[in-house]
Design a protein around this ligand. Structure first.
Ligand code: DX5
Ligand code: ZN
Length: 216
C-alpha cells in the first residue's frame, strides 16, 4: 500500500504555521494532520475549524482532520464546510459510528475512525465496509510529545488483518526509531509530530526528507 506521511500541524510553532504549511508542502508532505480537541474528550485544546479553512485556502495537500471530541455528530458540518478531505472520529465518542461514517461519506469526504490504545479492535469488524481509514492511537490522545506505548506494535498487526486494504494510520510519538516497524506491522499512514518532523534542529523540510529516507 502507498505509504503516506501526514504531518501533525498542532506540533508546528503556531506563530509560524503558514510557513510550516508552505515548507512541508514544497518538501512533498503527503497529508496534513489537524487535531481538533474539545477539552472534554481529552483535557486539552488544539486547532480549530477556522484554521482548517485557512490552510485549505493556501494548500493543496489533503487535510486529515482528527476529531478528539465528545459527540462528534455536532461538529461534522463544520469539519466538512471547512474543507476536510478525511474526517476521523473516535470510536469511543459515539454510540452510532455507522451513522457518522455514512454522513461523512455522503459529503464526499473520506471517513475515518480512531481508537485509543485501550480500545479493543474486535467490534470494528462490523464497520470495515463504512471505513476509508482506521487510526490507531499509539499514545493516549490529547498531547503531542508523549511516549509510544510498546504494546501498540502488536495491535498494528491485528488491525491490518482486520481492515484488509483500507488505510491504517498510526498517531502518537511516531519517529525514525519506530516508523519502519510500524510499516512492517501493517500501517501505511504515519502521523509525523514532534519527534519525526517538528523536532528542534534542521528545517521542517529537512526533517521531513530525513524521516522519509529513514523508511526506505
Ligand atoms: C495527539 C495527537 C497527535 C499528536 C502527535 O493526541 O492526536 O496527532 O500531534 O504528536 P507526537 O507525534 O508528538 O506524539
Ligand atoms: Zn492526531
Amino acid at each position: 500500500m502507498k505509504v503516506r506521511i501526514s504531518a501533525s500541524l498542532m506540533c508546528a510553532d503556531p506563530l509560524r504555521l503558514e510557513e510550516a504549511v508552505r515548507q512541508l508542502e514544497d518538501a512533498g508532505c503527503d497529508w496534513f494532520h489537524i487535531d481538533i480537541m474539545d477539552g472534554r474528550f481529552v483535557p486539552n485544546l488544539a486547532m480549530n475549524f477556522e484554521t482548517v479553512r485557512r490552510i485549505k485556502q493556501i494548500s493543496r495537500v489533503p487535510l486529515d482532520v482528527h476529531l478528539m471530541v465528545e459527540q462528534p455528530e455536532q461538529y461534522l458540518d463544520q469539519a466538512i464546510d471547512a474543507g476536510s478531505d478525511i474526517i476521523t472520529c473516535h470510536a469511543e465518542s459515539t454510540r452510532c459510528p455507522i451513522r457518522l461514517l455514512e454522513k461523512i461519506r455522503r459529503n464526499n469526504v473520506q471517513a475515518g475512525l480512531a481508537v485509543n490504545p485501550f480500545t479493543a479492535l474486535h467490534q470494528l469488524r462490523y464497520l470495515v465496509d463504512y471505513l476509508d481509514l482506521l487510526l490507531l492511537m499509539t499514545v493516549e490522545p490529547g498531547f503531542a510529545g508523549q511516549k509510544f506505548i510498546a504494546a501498540m506494535h502488536a495491535k498494528i498487526g491485528e488491525a491490518r488483518s482486520l481492515v484488509g486494504g483500507i488505510n491504517l494510520a498510526v498517531d502518537g510519538n511516531i519517529s525514525t526509531g519506530n516508523a519502519l516497524a510500524a510499516l512492517e506491522a501493517g500501517a501505511n499512514i504515519l502521523v509525523a509530530g514532534t519527534s519525526a518532523v517538528f523536532k528542534k534542529g534542521g528545517s521542517l523540510a529537512q526533517n521531513l526528507r530525513q524521516f522519509r529516507e529513514s523508511l526506505d
